[in-house]
Design a protein around this ligand. Structure first.
Ligand code: PLP
Length: 397
C-alpha cells in the first residue's frame, strides 16, 4: 500500500539537496566554529555563509540579526521570555492572541504565574483573524511586547501582520511574530514589514528537525535564556549545530527558488481537495479564511463524527493527516484555535487538518476523494449524533 502524507504542517521530510549540503559537515568538516585553527575556520565560514543567506531571504538588514536556535519552540520562548526579562523592572505587559501555538501561550502563562506579568489574549473573528483595532485598544504604557503569529498552524489563516507591526512601531513596542508556518511558503521582508522578532523552524520547510532561527532586529532589547559561552554574540550560548545550520540555509534557498511554482501547484491541489470533499460529503465546512490562508492548509469539520476516528480510519488506508496541532492531537479537548473562532465543540471535535506539500500529487488527492466519503459514511452510520439527526429529520416530516 502506498503511504500518502498530508501532514506537512506537522513536519516535512529533509529535501535530498539539503541532505547533500549537510553531509560533509558531519564527517569531513567537524571543527568547532569557535576554535581558531583551520578546522574551526572552515565550519565558522559555513555558519556565517548560512547566516548571510538566511538574512537575505528574510529581508534582514544585517546577518548579525540572525540567531540560530534549536527549533521554533525555543525561538518563541526566547522572544517572549527574553523580552520580558529584558524589561523586568517595568512591571511589564504582553499582548498576544488566543490562537497562538502552545510555544507562545505557555511561556506567557509561565511569565504571568511566576513573575506576575500581565498578559492580554486577544480574541479572533470567525475566520481566526485578530482585529488590529483590538491590538491598539489593549496597549498601555506598560506594554513591552506584542506577539501575534503570522499564520495559524491549524487553519492556515494569515494575520494582518503589517498593520499590527505598524501599531507596535508607533508606540515603540517590540513586535514578535511566530512565522513557523509561513517561512519557506510565502515571501516577506522583516525590515519592510516592521518586524522586530521573528521565529522560524527548519523542519517545516524540508530542513531537519531541531533547527531554528530567531530574527532579532538590531537594537531590540532581549535577555539571553542560555548562559555558558559568548556564541551568537552573547545571545544564545552553546556550540553551533553546523550541519543543521547549513541545512536550514539550503532549505530556505530551495524554498525561495521553487516558491512560485510550488505555491501554484499546491494551491490547485488544495482547491481540488476542498471542492471534492464539499461536493461528495454532506455536512462539512472549511475552517479558516477563504482567501487569507496559507495555500497548503485545509481544516475541515465533518459533522456528527470525531476527527480522531477519521484519522484512525485514514491511517489504516495509508493516509497521514491530523487534528489540530501535532503537539496537542491525542488529547480529547477541542482545539483551542477552533474554539476561539467560535466553532461549536461538536464541530471542532469532528475537524481534520490536511496539509499538503512538495510530494503531494493529484493522484494522492484523487485517492483521498475516493476513500474519505466511504470512511465518513461508515463512521456516521455508527454515530449516536448522526442517529439523532436522522430521527429528528424523520420526526419533522
Ligand atoms: N509555532 C507554530 C505555528 C508551529 O506550527 C510549531 C510546530 O508545530 C511551532 C511553533 C514549534 O516549532 P518546533 O516544532 O520547531 O518546536
Amino acid at each position: 500500500m502506498k503511504k500518502i502524507y498530508l501532514d506537512y504542517n506537522a513536519t516535512t521530510p529533509v529535501h535530498p539537496e539539503v541532505l547533500d549540503a549537510m553531509l560533509p559537515y558531519f564527517k569531513d568538516f567537524y571543527g568547532n566554529p569557535s576554535s581558531v585553527h583551520s578546522f574551526g575556520q572552515e565550519t565558522r565560514k559555513a555558519v556565517e555563509d548560512a547566516r548571510e543567506k538566511i538574512a537575505k531571504f528574510l529581508g534582514a538588514e544585517n546577518p548579525s540579526e540572525i540567531v540560530f536556535t534549536s527549533c521554533g519552540t525555543e525561538s518563541n520562548n526566547f522572544a517572549i521570555k527574553g523580552t520580558a526579562f529584558a524589561n523586568k523592572d517595568k512591571n511589564c505587559r504582553i499582548i498576544t492572541s488566543t490562537i497562538e501555538h502552545h510555544s507562545v501561550i505557555e511561556p506567557c502563562e509561565y511569565l504571568s504565574k511566576k513573575f506576575g506579568v500581565d498578559v492580554t489574549y486577544l480574541p479572533v473573528d470567525k475566520y481566526g483573524i485578530v482585529n488590529p483595532d483590538d491590538v491598539k485598544k489593549s496597549i498601555t504604557e506598560k506594554t513591552v511586547l506584542i506577539s501575534i503569529m503570522y499564520a495559524n498552524n491549524e487553519v492556515g489563516t494569515i494575520q494582518p501582520i503589517e498593520e499590527i507591526a505598524k501599531i507596535a512601531k508607533e508606540k515603540s513596542i517590540t513586535f514578535h511574530t511566530d512565522a513557523v508556518q509561513v517561512v519557506g511558503k510565502i515571501p516577506f521582508n522583516v525590515k519592510k514589514t516592521g518586524i522586530d522578532l521573528l521565529s522560524l523552524s527548519g523542519h517545516k520547510f524540508y530542513a531537519p528537525k531541531g533547527s531554528g532561527v530567531l530574527y532579532v532586529r538590531k537594537g531590540t532589547k532581549l535577555h539571553p535564556l542560555f548562559h555558558g559561552g559568548s556564541h551568537e554574540k552573547n545571545r544564545r550560548a552553546g556550540t553551533e549545530n553546523v550541519p543543521y545550520i547549513v541545512g536550514l540555509a539550503k532549505a530556505l534557498e530551495i524554498a525561495h527558488r521553487d516558491m512560485d511554482k510550488e505555491s501554484k501547484r499546491i494551491l490547485a491541489l488544495r482547491q481540488k481537495l476542498e471542492k471534492g470533499i464539499l461536493e461528495k460529503i454532506k455536512y462539512t465546512q472549511i475552517n479558516g479564511h477563504p482567501e487569507k490562508r496559507i495555500y497548503n492548509t485545509s481544516n475541515i469539520s465533518f459533522n456528527y463524527i470525531e476527527g480522531e476516528g477519521i484519522l484512525m480510519s485514514l491511517d489504516l488506508e495509508g493516509f497521514a493527516a491530523s487534528t489540530g496541532s501535532a503537539c496537542t492531537s491525542g488529547t480529547l479537548e477541542p482545539s483551542h484555535v477552533l474554539s476561539a473562532m467560535g466553532v461549536p465543540p461538536e464541530k471542532a471535535q469532528g475537524s481534520v487538518r490536511f496539509s499538503l506539500g512538495h510530494y503531494t500529487t493529484e493522484k494522492d488527492i484523487d485517492k483521498l476523494l475516493e476513500i474519505l466519503p466511504k470512511i465518513v459514511e461508515r463512521l456516521r452510520s455508527m454515530s449516536p449524533l448522526w442517529e439523532d439527526r436522522i430521527k429528528s429529520i424523520k420526526n419533522a416530516k
